[in-house]
Design a protein around this ligand. Structure first.
Ligand code: 5GP
Ligand code: ZN
Length: 113
């Protein structure tokens, strides 16, 4: 399988890693859309949110908690931040390995467009 983020997980593709444990990796987005723009990905390949199953519940909770921990470390937690997951092309998904965007460090607008 040819997957960019699996390549980051297995070390074939370089990334600026900010956190790693047995379940997830966090790294800087290559094209940041805010002063803080990190990606939280599972080490396991899951293509989109449409592929989330009951067996992934603990993993998904851990990903969201990791976003929260990173936001506190980066001191954007009190001002506010956004956690975004795009599902499929119509929502803007370009890498088909599940990921949460952690965006912060500037005011966020709604609707996101
Ligand atoms: P999506 O559009 O699928 O929601 O988000 C994919 C994100 O991956 C984009 O924000 C894009 O900038 C980022 N990205 C694409 N290729 C690379 C890469 O090679 N390295 C890193 N660090 N980020 C990437
Ligand atoms: Zn993958």
């Amino acid at each position: 399988m040819d997957c960019l983020f699996c390549g980051i997980v297995n070390g074939d593709i370089p990334a600026t890693k900010r956190y790693e444990d047995e379940l997830v990796i966090v790294f800087d987005d290559i094209n940041p859309q805010a002063p803080v723009h990190q990606l939280i990905i599972p080490k396991q390949h899951i293509a989109t949110t449409n592929d989330i199953a009951t067996e992934h519940h603990a993993l998904l909770g851990h990903m969201l908690q990791t976003a929260s921990v990173m936001a506190k470390q980066l001191e954007i937690a009190d001002d506010g931040y956004r956690v975004v997951t795009n599902c499929n092309a119509g929502a803007g998904q370009t890498v088909f390995h599940l990921h949460m965007h952690l965006l912060g460090g500037r005011p966020m607008h709604w609707p996101p467009g």
